[in-house]
Design a protein around this ligand. Structure first.
Ligand code: FAD
Length: 308
């Protein structure tokens, strides 16, 4: 109930105005977002790299309904990728892209605009020597996003995808994407989805996560285990060992600001640990999904509003 209200608020302009207008919000946002510019993102890559953590960088923004805004986002990613190359950080950081931020929802030719924009980002990533992962948004975009992934992989076979265990379809999508060369980030899923397409009970989502993880670990691709759940992290290690995997042929991923000590522990034990780092001005939707995920995050936000 709380989660679905928060996720509805994530899409409400009225609530957005209220949250953004609160002078204390910024302090809390800082826990999840590293700053507004590419330089802030690069600094975070260096900082996290000090204890062997890899990074995937998200230039914040989504649901763009404006062609110029979509083009601005593409330019921002290309600028960031150039910087990563120049600073010698391309082996430590890649980028994560939401197709809705580069035009997927535009009324005229949205998919084509998004494909062209994503292609230009991939070209910049190839020039810098790193990779791109396509984030996954709500279920109405899944087919379109996987279609764009297929097109991109013709020229850029290293482009990664995200699959969400809460969707009924995902176990089959995992089978389809578990082949040689494919990079799949498995997460539980962060949007409010109807029962017609998604498991509603946490236990069912968790069971689906386990089934999907097995498919990916037994496959020939590169699984990216995106969860903060200690049980899933332990199980991933077990399944990887059972499938004869080495530490460099799969990775763990967590969000910046969440379970920092666990991230450092995994990196220190020699696992590949990647942190999803968001930066930019458009933090609202991302921030609200983080609050919705966990009552403790919401409590932290509310407490800081009253105690600051
Ligand atoms: P949950 O079921 O939320 O939590 C399970 C357990 O994990 C908790 O009981 C607790 O022990 C621990 N835990 C969780 N959060 C915290 C915390 N804040 N502090 C301490 N312990 C905690 N979603 C999408 O829909 N699309 C995407 O493209 C996408 N990309 C992602 C990329 C990465 C790298 C990650 C990590 C997540 C991404 N997500 C994405 C979000 C994801 O779908 C979940 O909403 C989010 O990760 C919460 O689920 P969970 O697996 O961490 O487990």
């Amino acid at each position: 109930m709380l989660r679905s209200s928060m996720l509805a608020a994530a899409r409400s302009r009225g609530v957005r105005r209220l949250v953004e207008a609160n002078p204390l919000t910024g302090k809390v946002v800082e826990r999840f977002v590293v700053g507004t510019g590419a330089e802030d993102a690069v600094r975070a890559v260096r900082r996290l790299g000090a204890d062997d953590r890899l990074v995937t960088l998200d230039h914040l923004g989504e649901d763009t309904s404006d062609t110029e805004q979509a083009a601005t986002t593409v330019r921002a990613y290309r600028h960031l990728l150039r910087l990563l190359g120049e600073e010698g950080l391309a082996d430590r950081a890649e980028v994560s892209v939401k197709l809705s931020a580069v035009g997927q929802f535009l009324p005229a030719d949205g998919e084509k605009v998004a494909l062209d924009g994503a292609r230009r980002i991939c070209e910049a990533a190839a020039a810098a020597g790193t990779t791109v992962t396509l984030d996954m948004e709500d279920h109405t975009t899944t087919d379109s996003t996987l279609g764009i992934l297929r097109d991109l992989r013709v020229d850029f076979p290293w482009v990664g995808a995200v699959l969400q265990a809460y969707l009924h379809r995902t176990e089959q999508d995992c089978r389809d994407l578990a082949g040689e060369g494919s990079r799949v980030r498995l997460c539980k899923g962060a949007y409010a989805e109807p029962a017609s397409v998604a498991f509603q009970r946490k236990e069912d989502v968790d069971r689906s996560y386990v089934r999907c993880l097995k498919v990916l670990m037994d496959g020939a691709g590169y699984p990216m285990v995106a969860t903060h759940d200690p049980r899933m992290v332990a199980l991933a290690a077990e399944l990887a060992a059972r499938a004869g995997r080495r530490p460099d042929d799969h990775e763990y991923q967590m969000l910046y600001g969440i379970r920092d000590a666990e991230q450092r522990r995994l990196a220190a034990e020699g696992s590949r640990m990647r942190v999803y780092v968001a930066y930019g001005e458009e933090w609202y939707g991302y921030f609200m999904r983080r609050l919705a995920e966990r009552p403790a995050n919401l409590g932290f936000f509310l407490r800081s509003l009253v105690s600051s």
